[in-house]
Design a protein. Structure first.
Length: 323
């Protein structure tokens, strides 16, 4: 039975993966993008993206990704849904990596990993038990449930502050819990936070336990300086304390750092020939939509060159001018 070998397979349907798909499809590469069924891009849970060029008034994260997707499909990109279990080399079957998605194997000459990341958990008592019953990781999804109620937000970075501000449109008050006494968020978000009358702050504190019966009723906070604890009543808790890269599927194939991020060079090339990686799953300084798109474009171009060299159709490099 003949198995179709794709030129490029992209794993992940967020901004990085879709940008890679646009570039690869426009380059007339036979390209397949495998989009996760159960793990959508984190940006789709963001109420408003205000720092992506071209949208000065902001744009919803879900809408932005949908625009990327429609553009990619218009360029001829093939998209299927499936959750990739593993990536393995196709020993004895040519120069291509194999992607295992759901019940089907997809072989390709080059592979682009764009699997993004998931929100980190607090791993405290009550978190697992009350997930979906007062514990949330998505303000855009769940904010309407807390109209005229009080909620807690955990975190001090851009996402935590932005989501806390969004929640003030619904909740009577929002308490932002941060383990330090200064926010890590960008200046404009801090200005908005401190100016918002519905936003309160619990500095130098961490969540020790989430309390309730059928739903969340309170959280126990611990002071990181003194160790003293106190309870505050709340109807819900939103957790934004960082992200964890979705890279376990490639653990045996490419090199990762101690936190699980994939290590790449300036061309998005991983330690495995023919496998590239882009976006939030990479070790990098800044994780934003705009940097994910840049990564995706670079990864697609590098993968295109790799495939053309394998096929012996690479455009010959220009000769250096003699001085």
């Amino acid at each position: 039975m003949h198995v179709r070998v794709w030129d490029i397979i992209i794993v992940g349907g967020g901004p990085a993966g879709l940008t890679a798909g646009i570039y690869a499809a426009r380059a007339k590469m036979n390209t397949l993008l495998i989009e996760s069924t159960f793990s959508p891009s984190l940006i789709t849970t963001t109420d408003s993206v205000e720092n992506y060029p071209g949208f000065p008034e902001g744009i919803g994260g879900f809408e932005l990704v949908e625009r990327f997707k429609q553009q990619a499909l218009g360029c001829g990109l093939k998209i299927v849904q499936g959750d990739v279990a593993t990536i393995r080399k196709a020993d004895g079957q040519g120069h291509h990596a194999w992607v295992v998605a759901a019940q089907e194997d997809y072989p390709a000459h080059a592979l682009i990993i764009a699997t993004g990341a998931n929100y980190a958990k607090l791993n405290v008592p009550g978190e697992k038990e009350f997930t979906g019953r007062g514990v949330s990781y998505c303000a855009t999804c769940d904010a309407p449930f807390y109209k005229d109620k009080g909620v807690v937000v955990v975190g001090g970075g851009d996402t935590a502050v932005q989501e806390a501000l969004f929640l003030t449109k619904f909740a009577t008050h929002v308490t932002l819990v941060h383990r330090r006494n200064v926010l890590r968020a960008t200046g404009i978000l801090k200005e908005r936070a401190f100016a918002n009358e519905r936003l309160r702050f619990a500095w130098n504190a961490v969540v020790d336990e989430i309390l309730g019966d059928k739903t969340v009723k309170a959280v126990r906070l611990k002071d990181v300086m003194s160790g003293a604890t106190r309870e505050i009543r709340t109807d819900g808790i939103f957790i934004f304390t960082g992200i964890i890269p979705n890279t376990d599927l490639a653990a045996d194939v490419v090199e990762r750092d101690a936190e699980g991020y994939i290590i790449v060079d300036e061309n998005m090339q991983t330690s495995a020939p023919g496998i590239f990686s882009c976006g939030d799953c990479n070790r990098k300084l800044l994780r934003q939509v705009v940097t994910a798109c840049g990564d995706g474009a670079t990864a697609a171009f590098a993968a295109e060159r790799y495939v053309e060299e394998l096929k012996g159709i690479a455009y010959p490099p220009r000769e250096k001018k003699k001085v």
